[in-house]
Design a binder for this molecule. Sequence first.
Ligand code: ADP
Ligand code: MG
Length: 696
Amino acid sequence: MAKNLRDFPLQYIKGVGPERAKLLLRVGIKNIKDALYFLPYRYEDRSNIKKICDLTYGKLETVSGTIISAELIKTPRKRLHIFELLINDGTAILKAKWFNQPYMKKVFKKGDQILLCGIVKRNSYYGTGFEMDNPEYEILSDNTETHIHLNRIVPIYSVTKGLGVRQMRTIIFNVLETYLNEIEDVIPEDILKRNGLRRLNECLYNVHFPETGTDIDSLNKGVSKYHRRISFDELFMLQLGLAILKKRKTIEKGISFSPSGRLLKYLLSRLPFQLTDAQNRVFNEILTDMKKPQPMNRLIQGDVGCGKTIIALMAMITATECGYQSALMAPTEILAEQHYLNIYRLVDELGIKVCLLTSGVKDKPFDIIANGEVNIVIGTHALIQEGIKFKKLGLVVIDEQHRFGVMQRALLRKKAYNPDVLVMTATPIPRTLALTLYGDLDYSIIDELPPKRMPVKTLVFRESEKKAVYNLIYSETKKGRQVYVVYPVIEESEKTDLRSATLGKEAFEKIFPSLKIGIIHGRMKPQEREEIMSKFKNGDIDILVSTTVIEVGVDVPNATVMIIIHAERFGLSQLHQLRGRIGRGSHQSYCILLAYEPIGEEALRRLKIMEKSSDGFKIAEEDLDIRGPGEFFGTRQSGLPDLKSANIIRDYQLLKSARYEAFKLIETDPEIQNYPLLKKSLENFWKGKMELFKTA
Ligand code: ADP
Ligand code: MG
């Protein structure tokens, strides 16, 4: 937009004074641009207002009539307030009811012309007549223009107290009337043409006031040809930012490692297994990156248990060989500790110095990190935030972190390091999301599990079937196997009825008096946790009751049973992660999802997905479908700009086109010098975050 419509305050709009402006602010409209992009959440086809006598039961219909009675009725039982309205349109009478909203009485007057939209019902008592429960309404006063409210497809906005839909519609209409011609299209012409996109002002107008005949379904789904253009713009801006970020990295100077491979060979010869083809392929991709003079930025994705740790270690050793330090960051202390133990065991003999840096470590090894004595530092994600001084940091590995997003990675570079970065995640990210969340990264997938793994048998049980679960625990522990019991929270809070891990442990002790039962949770000191973990690993504990702290990475091959209590409260991807803790040895493993009443059909169906699928990707997609992208990955936390119109799942095809165009543009014009308006718009879209993208 040439004249920045952001700078136009709302008072410029007809019908908006200071009071209204305050109300508009409440729904997030600060300026003209916000108003233009305040999209309807729904549309109503009022080109088709029905006569009451022609209504169809069970259908969503719109009628218009005069109020002939408006009364508040109190039922003696349950003290229910019902507000009843009768309207007449000359063909018949319709009754509308609102429950427990006594203030509705003040809204309507006898004689008012109104419009009602709702599902048509039969009168429950007489079995005839027409009724609507809680219909949407609009009062039609005769002195305002009706052409935007009636006889057309009408936009419905979310509003706030003191500001009705009708007023909002009028305001938006006035904004469009006044400013439509000021809107500038910043997207290059050829991009619009190639993608069959319409002009922005045409789309902005129609997305609010669609032309008669526009498919109402596509409008309501937010995928009409008008929405498409607006969504494209957002996705294009998003991808353009990522494209710039990625491009800048390729011109950044990084480390060009030239390893001899000596240490690596030695490490591989000491492993009790052979790398899978997928592991070899992915490591070669990493190695190629490391040898390049630009910094590596690669995401390694691989289902739980596919063997990412060893790949990370191989990369770190490669850095060691070249005289550089590496940092491995895990999401939890317990995982950092476990990585430390595993890695220490493997590389100590090679003369490689590894140290652990977590809050639990008493004498923090700051000086030996700073003087370069340490080759590999293992810690939590806080490691980088605290700005520890390294002598010569060459590689950063971020383990199990899908939330370590675009912004965090940019921050890492701001800290004046320019190391190679490897992000590893077991949370399968549907491609749809990966393109955005990791849109600036290169991407490898380890799509093969080590051989001789037996798939975990997963079974959903109800609480009432607990006996069978106990039997399974009994028979498995008798064979010398071990059991995880996972609880969603640690202490019983008054309000929820979650079975806490502590109570759970006591219960298990009663049921299995001869078994050794341990507990591990997030509030324990790291040292205590480590003790428990090593006891479990050594077989000194049969049943380990835990909260979700064991979620990622913990490796005990002899544990063959996992009972997940209140499984219905977990996300599917989380369940999949947990399940990945078992099935690591050569014995058959069982994952029991214990569901508690009341559990709905939907929740049960969701859990059943786990019985059928062991494919993390498939599960992630189902999860995404059920929970939506925001909750799924905390896109908010990723620091990416909010999208108003586009939805990266629904609009996946559009996202792909936008990404293609954005990357193509940046290829030839890395700093967008040919399109100054686009550049300005882009900076607004990223709201100053682009700054972070600049090289330190
Ligand atoms: P994740 O990818 O979930 O982090 P890990 O790296 O923890 O998986 O590996 C899981 C287990 O598999 C570890 O015990 C590891 O030693 C073992 N492992 C890794 N690669 C192989 C392989 N190629 N063959 C057999 N076992 C392997
Ligand atoms: Mg791991």
